[in-house]
Design a protein around this ligand. Structure first.
Ligand code: NAP
Length: 419
């Protein structure tokens, strides 16, 4: 393949799929986006830490072959566009990518580069693990009770962008249609000229592919439950359907390896048969309470887009907040890993911010490759560095007795603590 915006490495191979199963060479090529703002501070540290872990775990038999691809300000400066098609093609061609944060261009047609990447590559599952690392500041008494992973649907729901502003022609037409043809009475006459609309599509196919990913993960990692989080008591045909399709999918495709919560009590006296995952559901407002009160009863959550947005941030606050929050955007054959935080422009280039979020996204990438030994080394390193109390400013200011270190020094501390 001929590329114009980057030079492919002379060594390494790309990932491939054999009958749906990921095939990982010993030297996989990993396209990365450096990122805007603090991307220059955190991305090099993440690469260094991952390289050190892979070298330590596999003694030179395996290595990551990095290739920089471009998006954001660097792409604009070099190629005159924020998101070159080649960058998307590279993620597709190599089936993987990791990215630093990207600033949202002001003006112009792009709402957000991150959203554009997810939509264009159909990365429909936004995956966020939430585990507590001892030593991190937390507002709750038992942050260690949280060991969860969230699968948030990322392509539909109110984020689909089907909206009309109050007073627009679209809103007027919709009011007429709803009132005159559908017999809707909920929009009173005095509000009809000043009502805005957003439409919330939730489909069977997109729900099922998301729930499938969540259940596959639970089975692979031997986790005990998948919880469908919905507001189906109010939004019956969108959120309620999400719940029903989730149970249906579990029954259709994983019938012998899953058991619904109701069957668990009706048929198994509360004890799930060995090797099965319990499928349960919770209403979203109740789930926000359960996060705090019964944290350890949940391991995998599957959520529609908006619930996922609220609940993932609420949960992240319990276990360390933005400097730690990490995730992946996953499709069927492409996965792009990223930190949750943005470009924090006021700190750009100061070697100051916390690189942990992107490093933990890198851990997810290593696990995706099946390189769990290297992933564990990084996890140990992060835990050791935090416990040693030599941390970046964000953690230092909340932790008594901690010493503030630079982003790069924190990376070195992680490497030293890996063993
Ligand atoms: P932000 O960049 O996440 O920063 C907000 C604040 O969070 C920072 O001022 C800092 O807090 C803290 N923070 C963020 N990253 C940190 C880190 N690695 N270590 C320690 N503290 C960290 O959010 P924003 O200011 O709303 O957004 C800035 C730009 O980023 C926007 O253009 C936005 O569109 C974009 N964005 C991109 C992504 C992405 O690429 N995935 C995600 C979100 C936002 P203190 O000032 O309190 O220290």
């Amino acid at each position: 393949m001929a590329w114009k915006t980057f030079t492919p490495p002379s060594k390494g191979e790309r990932l491939s799929y054999d009958n749906g199963a990921l095939v990982v060479p010993d030297q996989p090529i990993i396209p990365f986006i450096l990122g805007d703002g603090i991307g220059v501070d955190v991305t090099p540290v993440m690469k260094e830490v991952l390289d050190a872990a892979v070298a330590k775990a596999y003694g030179g038999e395996r290595s990551l072959v990095w290739v920089e691809v471009f998006a954001g300000d660097r792409a604009m400066a070099q190629f005159g566009e924020y998101l070159p098609q080649e960058t998307l093609d590279a993620f597709t061609y190599y089936s993987i990518g990791i990215k630093g944060p990207l600033s949202t261009p002001i003006g112009g047609g792009i709402r957000s580069l991150n959203v554009a990447i997810r939509q264009k590559l159909d990365l429909y599952a936004n995956v966020r693990p939430l585990h507590y690392i001892p030593g991190l500041p937390s507002p709750v008494k038992h942050p260690e009770h949280m060991k969860m992973i969230l699968f948030r649907e990322a392509t539909e729901d109110v984020y689909a962008g089907i909206e009309w502003a109050a007073g627009s022609e679209g809103a007027r037409k919709l009011v007429d249609f709803l009132v005159q043809e559908m017999g809707v009475t909920a929009i009173e006459a005095e509000d009809r000229a000043t009502v805005g609309f957003g439409i919330k599509p939730i489909s069977e196919r997109k729900t099922k592919r998301l729930v499938r990913k969540a259940i596959e993960h639970a089975l692979k990692r031997k986790l005990d439950s998948v919880t469908l989080v919905h507001k189906g008591n109010i939004m019956k045909f969108t959120e309620g359907a999400f719940k029903s399709w989730g149970y249906e999918l579990a029954e259709e495709e994983f019938g012998d390896r899953t058991v619904s919560e109701s069957a668990l009590w009706d048929e198994y006296d509360g004890q799930p048969p060995a090797g099965t995952v319990v499928i349960k559901d919770r209403i979203a407002d109740n789930m926000l309470q359960q996060l705090l009160t019964r944290t350890d009863e949940y391991s995998v959550l599957a959520l529609p887009n908006l619930n996922g947005d609220y609940i993932s941030d609420a949960a992240a606050a319990q276990v360390g907040g933005l400097g730690i929050a990490h995730g992946a955007n996953m499709g069927d054959t492409v996965a792009v890993f990223e930190a949750v935080h943005g470009t924090a422009p006021k700190y750009a280039g100061q070697d100051k911010v916390n690189p942990t979020a992107l490093i933990l996204s890198g851990v997810m990438m290593l696990e995706h490759l099946g390189w769990d030994e290297a992933a564990d080394l990084v996890r140990n390193g992060v835990a050791g560095a935090i416990q040693a109390g030599r941390v970046t400013y964000d953690l230092a200011r909340q932790t008594e007795g901690a010493t503030e270190v630079k982003a790069s020094e924190f990376g070195q501390a992680i490497i030293e603590q890996m063993g």
